[in-house]
Every structure is written in structure tokens, then in C-alpha cells.
Design a binder for this molecule. Structure first.
Ligand code: FAS
Ligand code: PHB
Length: 389
């Protein structure tokens, strides 16, 4: 098989780039390890920056997002039994769209199918070869048959556990990682959301988040110790704990129901540098991970794809490689700003099992400063709605 760009990973990063390149007539193939059903069964992000939403529209995949997604101009922070709202629109002139990653991934798949895009599912043993040469290629197996894909560029959009990052030599790759001493237990329930806007909660028992996917589908999280297992948590235990962390006025109106998805995700901050090695380019979770507190994960993938899309067009249409040469530095500059915001928001809102009283007072002060300063709210709002690409 021969193509111009071989994309490894059929998540939002890989599919978005595939769709954008296709619309510019740039031949590409997506290799996805899992089945489509498996990819679409994953419950992940829920908040889209305006930059991500614009990319979906450019990719001609934004129609359902604009119809079904909810525009949110503020978020709430619950603490000491009360709710404070941060007006994102007032402080940044912008907003976010609440629209689940599962749905946007479905929209991207449907667009790929509609335009006869080549997405290979159940691709086993994907391997990258000669990525530092002018003739890289990728091999994989499907249905017992080995296939070779000759290409000009390989895009590693295969997530944190993918094969692409590991194809960069250890003496070239630098990894920066911070692990957090807690995880998030998440529940999806077919219930009316407790609040029209997201509620991030700081509580002595731990962080909690009230989010949503639609007016009939709610997404809730509570911070749990890393030692917890999802089977330790019955639905009733989850709802009881969530209510204990919410202000009384919110807890009293919480509509509980059966969980249709329940999982525990560990929290980590991670960045791999550089994001380019020869003709291999990393994008999205393959290169960086954030704790989901700031809703930056999927949104950081968006700016990687934006930079790669424009760089590849300049290469194929004008022979201009400036964008490709600058990609890693440019993508990392924005990635690290998302890392900072996610780390800062996580530190401010979570309880640390062995923190000292001084650190707890600093956390409390950080939140009090945010809620009392227009300058702090403006900084929060411009980060949360999305720094410029
Ligand atoms: P993805 O991991 O989504 O996609 C990579 C794809 O590559 C997968 O489909 C995988 O099957 C495939 N793949 C892996 N190895 C392969 C191989 N060797 N060959 C071929 N294919 C391979 N972000 C937020 O903003 N908010 C959230 O609330 C949030 N919650 C999250 C919860 C969890 C449990 C996780 C893991 C992530 C969460 N994220 C959240 C971050 C998440 O949304 C990512 O940022 C987003 O999925 C990034 O998309 P991709 O870069 O496409 O990576
Ligand atoms: C979600 O709805 O899953 C969600 C929203 C905002 C976050 C994290 C997760 O910061």
C-alpha cells in the first residue's frame, strides 16, 4: 500500500488530521488497533475549546456538534458549602462547547466513511520503520496478513500507550512525568444534570466534578485514592459520597440513577520531547497527558493537529517545510501552557493525603485569590476557553 501520510491511531487526533488532509486532497491512511465499536465505547472528554470546535467545522464535521452541543459561558466552583460562578465570557469574550468526545469521534468516523477514507481497524502489531529516512514505512497485520504501507510521513496519534513514541530512540526522547496520589472515579448516568453549568468542587473529603453530555445524560466524578478499585464502589456509595462533597443546595436537587458507565482513571502529567523525529510526528496523547481537571487533554491534541495540518499543506502545496521544522517547538510551547493550567487547577482543588497545614492554607488562598480578583479570573477564563493556536 502507498500513501502520502500514514496516521497511527483512530482516536480524535488521528481522525481529525485524516479528515482535514483528505479535504485538501492529501492522501492518507489511518491504522487503528481496536475495533470501531471499542473506540466508540470509551467515555472521555466533555468540554471543547473554541479552537477545537472551529477545527471540527473546518473538517466539515461540526454540524451535529453545533446542533446538539451546549455553549457554556461560565463554570461554578463549590467550596465551603457555597457556589461561586466564574463568568468565562465576561473575562475572556469566549466560551466552551459541552459535547462528548465519544460523539465527536463518531462524527469524524462518519465523515471518513462518507468520503471513502481508509481507516483500517483491528490493525495488529503496527511497527514503524526508517522514520528518519526519506522513505519511512509502516507494517501491520490484519486477519493474519502482513501489510506494508510506504509513505512520506508517519503521524503518531496512537495515544499514551501507543507504539509511535516508543519508536523514537531513547537517547533522543526526553520524557517529563508527574504522577498524582489519587484518581477520578467517573460515572455516566441517564439523569438530568444537577446544574446547567459545570461545578468543580473543592472539599476536605476530596475533589468532585458535576458535568454533563446533554440534558438527559450526566457525567460526575469524585477523587478517590489510587488504591480504590471500581468494584469497591456501588452506585449508592458513589451518589452518597458525591452528595457529601456538594453544597447542600446542590446535593438536595441531585437526581441519581443507575450508572451506565463507571471507571477510575489515574491522574498524570506527561510530556515527551521532541514531538518530531525525522518524518515521524507525534500528536495528542501520544506526546502529552494532563490530569483532566482543566479539560485540556483533548483540547491540547487539537492544536497539535492544527499545526500539523497547516505544515503538511505547506509542504505538499508549496514545498515549504518551515511548518514541519517548527512543529515540535510550536506545539510544545502550547502543550506546556496546558500542562501548567491543568497542574495548577488540580493542585488547587484536590486534597493531598500527606499535605501539611501550610500547603492546605496555600490551596485555600489560591482559590480565594481566584474568586476575588478579576485579573485572576481573566487568566483562568483565557486558559479554560482556550489559548490561541
Ligand atoms: P486517544 O488515546 O484517544 O486515541 C489513540 C488511538 O490509538 C486509540 O483509539 C488507540 O486504540 C489507538 N492505538 C493505540 N496504540 C495503537 C497501535 N499500536 N496501533 C494502532 N492504533 C493504536 N480529556 C479531557 O479534555 N477531558 C476529560 O475528561 C478526559 N477524560 C479522560 C479519561 C480517560 C480514561 C482517558 C484515558 C483520557 C481522558 N482525557 C480527557 C484525555 C483524552 O480525551 C485525550 O486527550 C484524547 O483521547 C486524545 O485523543 P488522541 O490523541 O486521539 O488519543
Ligand atoms: C467531562 O465532562 O468528562 C469533564 C469535563 C470537564 C473536565 C473534566 C471532565 O475538566
Amino acid at each position: 500500500m502507498k500513501t502520502r501520510v500514514c496516521i497511527i491511531g483512530g482516536g480524535p487526533s488521528g481522525l481529525m488530521l485524516s479528515q482535514l488532509l483528505h479535504l485538501k486532497g492529501i492522501d492518507n491512511v489511518v491504522l487503528e488497533r481496536q475495533s470501531r465499536e471499542y473506540v466508540l465505547s470509551r467515555i472521555r472528554a466533555g468540554v471543547l475549546e473554541h479552537g477545537f470546535a472551529d477545527l471540527m467545522r473546518t473538517a466539515q464535521c461540526g454540524e451535529r456538534m453545533d446542533r446538539e452541543g451546549e455553549i457554556h459561558e461560565g463554570i461554578f466552583i463549590a467550596h465551603e458549602g457555597r457556589l461561586d460562578r466564574i463568568d468565562l465570557h465576561k473575562h475572556s469574550g469566549s466560551s466552551v462547547i459541552v459535547y462528548g468526545q465519544t460523539e465527536l469521534t463518531r462524527d469524524l468516523y462518519e465523515a471518513r466513511d462518507r468520503m471513502k477514507g481508509i481507516v483500517i481497524h483491528d490493525a495488529e502489531d503496527v511497527q514503524l520503520h526508517d522514520v528518519s529516512s526519506d522513505h519511512p514505512y509502516v507494517t501491520y497485520r490484519v486477519g493474519g496478513e502482513s501489510v506494508r504501507v510506504n509513505c512520506e510521513f508517519v503521524i503518531g496519534a496512537d495515544g499514551f500507550h501507543g507504539v509511535s513514541r516508543k519508536s523514537i530512540p531513547k537517547d533522543v526522547l526526553r520524557e517529563h512525568e508527574k504522577l498524582y496520589p489519587f484518581g477520578w472515579l467517573g460515572v455516566l448516568s441517564r439523569t438530568k444534570p444537577v446544574s446547567p453549568e459545570l461545578i468543580y468542587t473543592r472539599h476536605e473529603r476530596g475533589f468532585a466534578l458535576c458535568s454533563l453530555r446533554s440534558q438527559v445524560l450526566s457525567r460526575y466524578y469524585v477523587q478517590v485514592p489510587l488504591t480504590d478499585k471500581v468494584e469497591d464502589w456501588s452506585d449508592d456509595a458513589f451518589w452518597t459520597e458525591l452528595k457529601r462533597r456538594l453544597p447542600r443546595e446542590v446535593a438536595d436537587r441531585l437526581i441519581t440513577g443507575e450508572s451506565i458507565e463507571k471507571s477510575i482513571a489515574p491522574l498524570r502529567s506527561f510530556v515527551a520531547e521532541p514531538m518530531r523525529y525525522g518524518n515521524l510526528f507525534l500528536a495528542g496523547d501520544a506526546a502529552h497527558i494532563v490530569p483532566p481537571t482543566g479539560a485540556r487533554g483533548l483540547n491540547s491534541a487539537a492544536s497539535d493537529i492544527y499545526y500539523l495540518y497547516h505544515a503538511l499543506i505547506a509542504h505538499f502545496e508549496k514545498g515549504d517545510d518551515t511548518g514541519l521544522e517548527q512543529y515540535s517547538a510550536k506545539a510544545l510551547a502550547r502543550v506546556w501552557k496546558a500542562q501548567r493550567f491543568s497542574w495548577w487547577m488540580t493542585n488547587m482543588l484536590h486534597t493531598y493525603p500527606d499535605s501539611i497545614s501550610y500547603e492546605q492554607k496555600l490551596q485555600q488562598t489560591e482559590l480565594e485569590y481566584l474568586l476575588s480578583s478579576n485579573a485572576a479570573k481573566r487568566s483562568f477564563a483565557e486558559n479554560y476557553t482556550g489559548l490561541p493556536f
